[in-house]
Design a protein around this ligand. Structure first.
Ligand SMILES: *[C@@H]1O[C@H](CO)[C@@H](O)[C@H](O)[C@H]1NC(C)=O
Ligand SMILES: *[C@@H]1O[C@H](CO)[C@@H](O)[C@H](O)[C@H]1NC(C)=O
Ligand SMILES: *[C@@H]1O[C@H](CO)[C@@H](O)[C@H](O)[C@H]1NC(C)=O
Ligand SMILES: *[C@@H]1O[C@H](CO)[C@@H](O)[C@H](O)[C@H]1NC(C)=O
Length: 276
């Protein structure tokens, strides 16, 4: 068990990471599904690194029948609550807060979002330019990759996303990157191909443990964590739960018990705030 490397990622919720040096990370996907949540709604523990992840930037047209734009991204999160001046304020008020954007997500206007590059080079070039523009406009610190449907093979996905993340980090456009895979026969091969070739530019694996079945037990949860730690070998795997109707292991069913079991003894204290 990777007990020295336990992270917690919570869906419209958050993440905690405890290392031997006791650094802790808590992340929350905010603005997903058109939820009306503003930054001040979320309690921020001053003693952890805290990431808000704006959900989502999507490379689709905004129409009743949206179509893919080959890497030309627009911000689709709630812009009333999550705009550049509110981002500046929350960062100024909380020095431990950083803000990232998540790319793609499940759907747009009721239709699945597919990863649909016309070619690797054209997609990467459009993605670099549109994402750099969004990062600058919103003063963002990081990027999360959350494609869940694909019109391209795993190697093409790995190459496009790997080249994009490499560019963004090498040019210091973002300071951290993450990916959000989940257990699925179509999803995992894409992220595993990416991890194999470009894992060194990926700082966190926000594994979607809330995408497992509702009714996941503590023992199953621990086993899933071990499986994914071995799949994404050497990665910082974040544990997670959902505060919406998603599955997995919820706090009331033993999420924190599972975390404590996974942490090295003597237990690090987990002081995690979350909202339901
Ligand atoms: C969002 O919440 C705020 C504060 O609770 C409220 O004033 C506003 O009307 C809500 N907006 C929408 C679109 O529901
Ligand atoms: C990208 O999309 C925006 C609208 O969202 C549009 O204004 C812009 O021209 C597009 N850029 C390219 C290079 O197609
Ligand atoms: C998409 O279009 C709808 C309807 O015109 C609009 O309310 C919404 O703000 C648009 N979203 C984006 C991301 O442009
Ligand atoms: C999940 O399972 C619990 C009991 O096992 C049940 O009470 C709850 O309604 C279920 N939630 C969903 C979203 O299916």
């Amino acid at each position: 068990m990777a007990s020295s490397n336990l992270l917690v990622s919570l869906f419209i919720l958050q993440v905690l990471f405890v290392t031997p040096t006791n650094s802790k990370l808590f992340r929350e996907y905010i603005g997903a599904g058109g939820k009306n949540v503003s930054f001040p709604d979320v309690p921020i523990n001053p003693n952890v690194d805290f990431h808000f992840i704006l959900s989502f930037a999507i490379d689709y047209t905004n129409a009743s029948s949206p179509s893919p734009t080959n890497g030309n991204f627009s911000a689709y999160w709630d812009k009333e609550n999550l705009n550049p001046s509110q981002i500046s304020s929350i960062k100024a008020d909380h020095p431990n807060v950083k803000v990232a954007m998540s790319v793609a997500g499940d759907s747009v206007n009721g239709q699945f979002v597919y990863f649909s590059p016309a070619s690797t080079s054209s997609w990467v070039s459009n993605a670099i330019s549109s994402i750099t523009q969004i990062v600058t406009e919103y003063n963002l610190d990081g990027i999360d990759i959350d494609y869940e449907h694909y019109n391209a093979d795993p190697d093409t996905f790995a190459e496009c996303i790997g080249q994009l993340l490499s560019y963004l980090k090498e040019n210091k456009i973002v300071s951290f990157t993450s990916i959000a895979p989940f257990e699925d026969d179509s999803v995992q091969p894409h992220y595993l191909a990416l991890w194999k070739k470009y894992g060194y530019v990926i700082d966190y694996v926000n594994f979607q443990f809330y995408a497992y079945d509702n009714g996941t037990t503590v023992q199953q949860f621990i086993q899933y964590f071990e499986t994914q730690s071995s799949n994404y070998e050497g990665g910082k795997i974040l544990v997670s739960f959902g505060t919406d109707g998603s599955g997995g292991l919820k706090p009331e069913d033993g999420f924190f018990e599972a975390c404590l079991v996974m942490l090295a003894t003597p237990c690090h204290e987990i002081d995690l705030q979350y909202q339901v």
